[in-house]
Ligand binder design. Structure first.
Ligand code: NI
Ligand code: MN
Length: 227
């Protein structure tokens, strides 16, 4: 299982013979690495919710690569109007099978308007199961008791958790979530992109270390190999 972080909440996971790309946000992201938008090769795109910092490059990448987009029903309709022919609209609690990999859309406590003001349905995260194990991506969320329920879907090889505060939970709450999930490796996302979500990295690492969890703060383009 190989994870590549592209900045903000955009990352890919190679597992079960597929490259899964989450929340593509390359071109409008001042911290993204030049060229990643051009070179990324997703087999599947997954969108947690409708905000621009999660869907910005979804339509263009889906059309370029002809790949399916797993997202909620409202975002799928919005993508369809932009000529995306293979958006798989689902809703919370549902699972979509993608070959050997299965993605379940799970609740997040957030909001979900699309960039043009269209209603974006409910925000979510994903629990992904595959032959190399499972992982959880929180999407944008507050710390909620719903996350405790997800522990039953584990064990998780890793979790990608928002840690930047202001729009989502901060690293202290995310460390609590990691404890509930029983996960030992966390990819931090949704931090340091804009001033309101800048974090104290040492403090964030310490909050997770106190729970015996390794927090990975990767630079855009950084990779993490989970054996
Ligand atoms: Ni958001
Ligand atoms: Mn966001």
């Amino acid at each position: 299982m190989t994870i590549t972080f592209f900045g903000h909440a955009c990352f890919q996971v190679e597992t079960g013979g597929k490259t899964l790309l989450f929340d593509p946000f390359f071109r409008p992201n001042p911290k993204a690495r030049p060229g990643d938008f051009e070179t990324v090769k997703p087999d599947v795109i997954l969108l947690s919710h409708g905000h621009g910092d999660h869907v910005a490059d979804a339509a263009d990448l889906a059309k370029k690569h002809g790949c399916p987009v797993v997202c909620n029903y409202e975002i799928a309709n919005w993508l369809g109007k932009q000529g995306v022919g293979n958006a798989i609209g689902m809703n919370l609690g549902g699972t979509v099978k993608l070959g050997q990999v299965a993605a379940k859309h799970v609740p997040a406590a957030h909001s979900s308007e699309l960039p043009d003001g269209t209603y974006g349905g409910n925000p979510g995260g994903f629990v992904v199961r595959g032959p190399e194990g499972s992982f959880y991506y929180s999407g944008d969320t507050a710390l909620t008791a719903d996350i405790q329920l997800l522990a039953g879907s584990g064990p998780f090889r890793f979790a990608a958790l928002c840690i930047g505060d202001h729009f989502t939970m901060g690293y202290e709450d995310a460390a609590v979530a990691a404890g509930w999930l029983g996960v030992k490796e966390v990819l931090g996302v949704h931090y340091d992109t804009f001033p309101p979500i800048e974090i104290d990295r040492e403090a964030a690492l310490g909050a997770f270390a106190a729970k015996e969890v390794k927090l990975h703060l990767l630079e855009p383009g950084g990779r993490l190999e989970l054996s």
